[in-house]
Design a binder for this molecule. Structure first.
Ligand SMILES: Nc1nc2c(ncn2[C@@H]2O[C@H](COP(=O)(O)OP(=O)(O)OP(=O)(O)O)[C@@H](O)[C@H]2O)c(=O)[nH]1
Length: 777
């Protein structure tokens, strides 16, 4: 039977609101998941530390003055002044500072109860990554809660959780509400597990008690999922559960009609859940905190003799995150002597803890005696019962949907707030990166130009050194081969009898002289190499100064100091290698001279010079009477043939005499000349032969090329080293720039993402608000 003539319409409207809210809750969950994904993989969500007043004053936290920040939580959606805020103002919140400012977070606030310091101080000491991790956990919790809300909105039944401090009279109250003393009660704490009281019609009309070990697996039609408890055993099971059962399902019958009964009311299935006292133990209390999230209506029972305990305050603050309205029953009021004073004090507490409940205190706060009601009718109890019925059945939006709407709105407000914060953070990041890139550009350009300049100069030093060594060696050794007789002339002539030894000594002296001159050329090459290295060292020092300046600009740590040292060691090793390779090459070259000349064998021709053309003057002085026709010839053989021809043209006797005399004269003169000029002949002939061999062997070109190559090998590692280190500097700078560009790209993406997120959250919040405008305040 309907409570209202328009009941069907109301039911349809309510069902439509359920459907819409259900879909918006799914949207809210999707946004939470999106933010979590972004926080984990793309951009650790910047968590505002605005709680610290000093930081806020310094302007280093929220950038509320950013262009996009005007799109912060719309005033209509901004959560009502939270109970948390009230706690801060009153100071009854203890040492755990709560958010108090309208721009602060509520649902997504990281509740760090690590110490007695305010949250902001704790946050300040945390790494950004730790905050991101904590925030991720918070998002997951929040998503879990939204899941529960989705289930609650989808569930057509209404659940009323009766909770409060130990011994406040919760069980007595439930009994009074169903007019059946089914739940055990006692002066000492006795409720050890959740007892859900349902109408027997939900169990096919059978009054029965099911003890459920695993509530998620419970199925009333499957006896394997519960144990039936006899009425006589109920007290024992409730009082001494020993964790055997998670919950009792008590199916009972309220003999009253649907107009009076809360359980079978003709509108909606209702379950009354009696719970263990709040401060029984921490496990039970935690379960209770978690349980209230699945519940539509919380009836909070306060012992009038004790007022609100700390656990009670804490519970109300937590529940207040989504339930703006909490039904409060101040029980055992009969035991209070100064009722007005008690009432005033408790209402004062409620005003601080749940302002919206306080605003509707006539409907939501009741001072009763459940005990008296059980003993007989009580007006105050009847009034309370009637208001609870109304709150649960007629104001179902307020009791069932409004908490979900409020929670979703708070989540969406938090997302908008965080999105704006992160748009600001991303904008600041982009500006910082732009500044760094701008400042770094001249340095980068200078580095590029310095690298090009140094590379050009280093290559020029190398080329000039090689050219110099090649030219010097070619010139020097050419002169040396032209003046070999001068070297031979230094060998003392021991006389005709030691002529052979003299020739050997001359040959040796020529070889020694050549060796000496080659060594001279090597020395010149070494000098040139050292000179080139000194010039390259100067360039390297200049590069290091540049590197140190760059390192100063980027970080206090010296850039690539270790790797530079390695590179220096490599260059030094290469240089040493090349030093030794010069010496080895030098020895090899000297050896090669000896070997080439080893093949020079002394010959008779080295001692006799028959070239009369060149020796004509000497011969004429010795044999002035010789026939001029003989002088026209140029070789010994020609002389002989000339003599033979001459002898045939003169008369026999005279001619023969003259010829014999002339021949004798020439012969004696020639022999005398040959003998007297034999040392010069040896020097000349051997020098000429050696020069000829050296010419054939390409001696000058070989050494010019060899030393030029050696010079290149010795100098080039320094050039390479310089180029390499410059290259590394440029690459390091380019990596830094690439990193900055990547970070800027990421910040730009985040800026766009969070701006879109803010708009999505704002639109969704508007839709959530529109489900039942006015129900959220
Ligand atoms: N004077 C008076 N006593 C009451 C009232 N309601 C309950 N009691 C007594 O208070 C004691 C505790 O009542 P319970 O209903 O067991 O309280 P509870 O909050 O369920 O206790 P736990 O579940 O153990 O935390 C019992 O002795 C009740 O008889 C009341 O309105 N007035």
């Amino acid at each position: 039977m309907s409570l209202n003539p328009d009941n069907d319409v109301q039911q349809r409207v309510f069902a439509d609101k359920c459907r819409r809210l259900h879909s918006y809750l799914l949207g809210t969950k999707a946004l939470l998941r999106e933010v979590g994904e972004c926080n984990r993989t793309k951009w650790p969500v910047h968590y505002p530390l605005a709680q610290n007043p000093q930081l806020r004053r310094s302007g280093s936290m929220h950038s509320l003055d950013l262009p996009l920040s005007d799109a912060l939580t719309p005033s209509g959606l901004r959560r009502a002044t939270t109970a948390a805020a009230a706690v801060d103002e009153s100071g009854v919140g203890g040492s755990e500072a709560r958010l108090a400012e309208p721009g602060d977070l509520s649902v997504l606030r990281l509740d760090l109860r690590l110490s007695s310091r305010p949250d902001s101080d704790v946050m300040g000491s945390l790494e950004e990554s730790s905050i991101a991790r904590l925030f991720d956990e918070r998002l997951a919790q929040c998503e879990g809660h939204v899941d529960k809300l989705i289930a609650r909105v989808a569930d057509k039944a209404s659940k009323i959780l009766v909770t409060g401090d130990l011994n406040a009279g919760k069980s007595t109250l439930v009994n009074a509400l169903i007019r059946n003393e089914i739940l055990p009660y006692d002066q000492q704490p006795c409720t050890m597990l959740f007892c859900e009281v349902l109408d027997a019609s939900l169990n096919d009309g059978v009054e029965e008690i099911h003890a459920v070990p695993h509530i998620d697996a419970y199925d009333r039609r499957d006896r394997a999922t519960f144990a039936v408890v006899h009425m006589a055993d109920l007290e024992d099971v409730v009082a001494e559960n020993n964790e055997q059962y998670q919950q009792l399902k008590i199916y009972t019958r309220d003999r009253r009609g649907s107009q009076q009964s809360l359980l079978h009311n003709g509108v909606v299935d209702v379950a009354l859940i009696d719970s263990p006292g709040l401060n029984r133990d921490s496990l039970k209390t935690t379960q209770l905190f978690a349980r209230q999230e699945e519940i539509d209506v919380v009836v909070f029972v306060v012992n009038a003799e004790n007022h609100f305990t700390l656990s009670g305050q804490d519970f109300l603050l937590t529940a207040g995150n989504e339930k703006a309205h909490i039904f409060i029953v101040v029980n055992r009021f009969d035991a209070i002597r100064r009722k007005d004073r008690c009432e005033r004090m408790i209402l004062d507490q409620i005003r601080e803890l749940s302002p919206l409940t306080y605003d509707e205190r006539d409907d939501l706060v009741h001072f009763v005696s459940a005990h008296e009601q059980l003993a007989g009718a009580s007006d105050s109890f009847a009034r309370m019962e009637q208001r609870l019925r109304k709150f649960t059945l007629e104001q179902r939006f307020k009791s069932k949907l409004a908490p979900a709407q409020r929670y979703a709105a708070n989540v969406l407000a938090d997302i908008q707030f965080l999105a704006s914060e992160n748009v600001g953070a991303a904008t600041r990041r982009i500006q910082e990166i732009n500044a760094v890139l701008r400042e770094g550009m001249p340095r980068y350009e200078a580095l590029l130009s310095e690298r090009a300049d140094s590379a050009g100069r280093a290559t020029a030093i190398l080329d000039a050194s090689c050219l110099e060594v090649r030219r010097h060696t070619a010139t020097h050794l050419t002169n040396t081969t032209l003046h070999l007789p001068d070297a031979a002339a230094k060998v003392p002539y021991p006389g005709l009898l030691s002529l052979w030894t003299y020739a050997e000594n001359v040959l040796l002296a020529i070889v020694r002289h050549l060796e000496h001159e080659v060594v001279e050329c090597d020395r010149f090459a070494s000098f040139t190499i050292h000179h080139a290295r000194a010039q390259l060292d100067a360039l390297e020092r200049q590069r290091r100064r540049l590197d140190a300046a760059a390192a100063d600009a980027h970080s206090p740590a010296p850039a690539d100091a270790a790797s530079d040292a390695d590179a220096d060691a490599t260059a030094a090793a290469a240089a040493n290698d090349n030093d030794s390779s010069v010496s080895a090459s030098q020895l090899a070259s000297v050896g090669s001279i000896s070997n080439a000349l080893d093949t020079v064998q002394l010959e008779l021709a080295d001692f006799v010079d028959l070239d009369f053309a060149r020796n004509w003057a000497a011969l004429t002085s010795i044999s002035a009477s010789a026939s001029l026709s003989l002088l026209a010839t140029r070789s010994m053989a020609s002389n002989v043939f000339g003599l033979l021809r001459l002898s045939s043209t003169v008369s026999a006797t005279t001619g023969r005499r003259v010829l014999v005399a002339a021949a004798a004269l020439v012969g004696v003169g020639s022999v005398f000349y040959i003998v007297s000029d034999m040392d010069a002949t040896v020097r000349r002939k051997l020098s000429a032969r050696v020069a000829l061999i050296l010419g054939e062997e390409g001696f000058v070109d070989h050494h010019a090329e060899r030393l030029a190559t050696e010079t290149t090998r010795a100098v080039r590692p320094f050039v390479w080293h310089l180029q390499h280190t410059f290259q590394r500097m440029v690459e390091a700078e380019e990596h830094r720039r690439a990193d900055h560009l990547r970070l800027r790209r990421s910040a730009q993406d985040s800026q766009i993402y969070f701006d879109e997120l803010r708009i999505k959250a704002r639109d969704l919040a508007g839709a959530v608000r529109a489900v039942n405008a006015g129900s959220m305040c």
